[in-house]
Ligand binder design. Structure first.
Ligand SMILES: *[C@@H]1O[C@H](CO)[C@@H](O)[C@H](O)[C@H]1NC(C)=O
Ligand SMILES: *[C@@H]1O[C@H](CO)[C@@H](O)[C@H](O)[C@H]1NC(C)=O
Ligand SMILES: *[C@@H]1O[C@H](CO)[C@@H](O)[C@H](O)[C@H]1NC(C)=O
Ligand SMILES: *[C@@H]1O[C@H](CO)[C@@H](O)[C@H](O)[C@H]1NC(C)=O
Length: 334
């Protein structure tokens, strides 16, 4: 008798267990939204992207993005992105050893500022070398854009796109060419002392009254169908400019309304910035090109801080290092 009841109990238990199992399988199918949680993907935003210009759009991929956890932190103030040519690893090294070095900048040491390089598509042999570089520094953004003489306009788009998608909490994007030296700490010193509440702005050396080149064989040729006025609008000197997040957002929203041309600084920081309501703050007193004045080693200061913090164009790793040293040891005129 007892044996039978025990058997019955076990049977009941089995039925209950099978029931629970069945329910656990079928309920989620009936109400998938309640039960399904997608697997966590560490990969972040989609790496297949599209650039939108007036009359044209370009599909491209981020083949590699660095670990961007650090640039998702609220405490990160600024990301600098340097357009770089795949083969120019020596220049990247020079930058890492000078202005982008933790030992040369407190802000970089404190993880307030990060420096990335953005590259076009490497071939297979170049990939091998880049893998070492990635392993060592993890600061490369690699796209599948065609390398060419005039693809800066695409690289800068990709840099802004990357900044918008992968660094959503960072306040500033510094676009800086690989022949520029900058003192990040000095720049932040002056940035923090600015009174203007310019949330949608680009800080740069502002050019005015530039004329479009109408000769067809010019490297800077711009047809009237693209820009028909006598002058370009004011724009930022290309080698280095600092964009606020809202400026980046606004500019990316407006590229679709203007035909792209290869003069990247005029296009983004002049024509599109104007349409997008982005203001340019004139940082001419802080930025200059390498010349005899700079070589004298002295400049105006405020509270013993030299006004100059960004200088271009130093071609090649050795000149870059020398230029940085010159910038670092500037003395005050006053
Ligand atoms: C843009 O496309 C339109 C229509 O296809 C064409 O008429 C126009 O010439 C194009 N503009 C430019 C600048 O290519
Ligand atoms: C890059 O460097 C490699 C070897 O160092 C060379 O074979 C190749 O031609 C270079 N590519 C360009 C585009 O200069
Ligand atoms: C682009 O131009 C179209 C037509 O002129 C306009 O309707 C639209 O608002 C513009 N887009 C932006 C983002 O301004
Ligand atoms: C920017 O400032 C410089 C010097 O401070 C000045 O010479 C130049 O005219 C200014 N440019 C614009 C567009 O305001």
């Amino acid at each position: 008798m007892q044996r039978i009841t025990r058997f019955a109990t076990i049977k009941k238990l089995l039925v209950i267990l099978i029931g629970i199992y069945a329910i656990s399988i079928f309920l989620p199918r009936l109400f998938p939204n309640y039960f399904y949680s997608p697997p966590k993907r560490p990969s972040g935003p989609p790496k297949q992207r599209t650039m939108h210009f007036y009359n044209s759009s370009i599909d491209y991929n981020f083949m590699h993005v660095p670990n961007t956890l650090k640039c998702q932190k609220r405490s990160t103030l600024l990301v600098a992105i340097v357009p770089s040519i795949v083969n120019n690893s020596l220049i990247r090294t020079a930058i890492r050893e000078t202005w982008a070095s933790r030992s040369e900048s407190e802000a970089i040491q404190d993880w307030e500022v990060f420096v990335y390089f953005i590259l076009s598509r490497p071939n297979e042999e170049q990939w091998k070398r880049l893998r070492n570089e990635i392993g060592q520094y993890d600061d490369l953004i690699i796209t599948d854009l065609e390398e060419s003489y005039d693809n800066l306009v695409y690289k800068v788009y990709a840099a802004m796109d990357f900044f918008r998608a992968w660094c959503p909490k960072v306040k500033f994007l510094l676009k800086i060419d690989d022949d520029v030296v900058v003192s990040i700490d000095r720049m932040l010193y002056f940035l923090e002392r600015e009174s203007a509440m310019a949330e949608k702005s680009i800080r740069c050396k502002v050019w005015m009254k530039a004329k479009p080149k109408r000769e067809k064989d010019s490297k800077w040729f711009v047809p009237k169908s693209v820009w028909n006025k006598q002058y370009f609008p004011n724009y930022c000197n290309g080698p280095v400019y600092l964009m606020s997040r809202k400026a980046v957002d606004a500019i990316l929203d407006y590229t679709a309304n203007f035909t792209m041309f290869q003069i990247e600084d005029v296009y983004y920081t002049g024509i599109i910035a104007n349409a997008a309501g982005v203001s340019r703050l004139n940082w001419s007193r802080h930025m200059l090109s390498e010349d005899t004045i700079f070589q004298k080693g002295k400049c105006k200061c405020e509270r013993s801080i030299p006004l100059w913090f960004a200088v271009h164009s130093f071609k090649g790793p050795n000149k870059l290092k020398a230029g940085f040293s010159q910038l670092k040891y500037l003395r005050c005129l006053n």
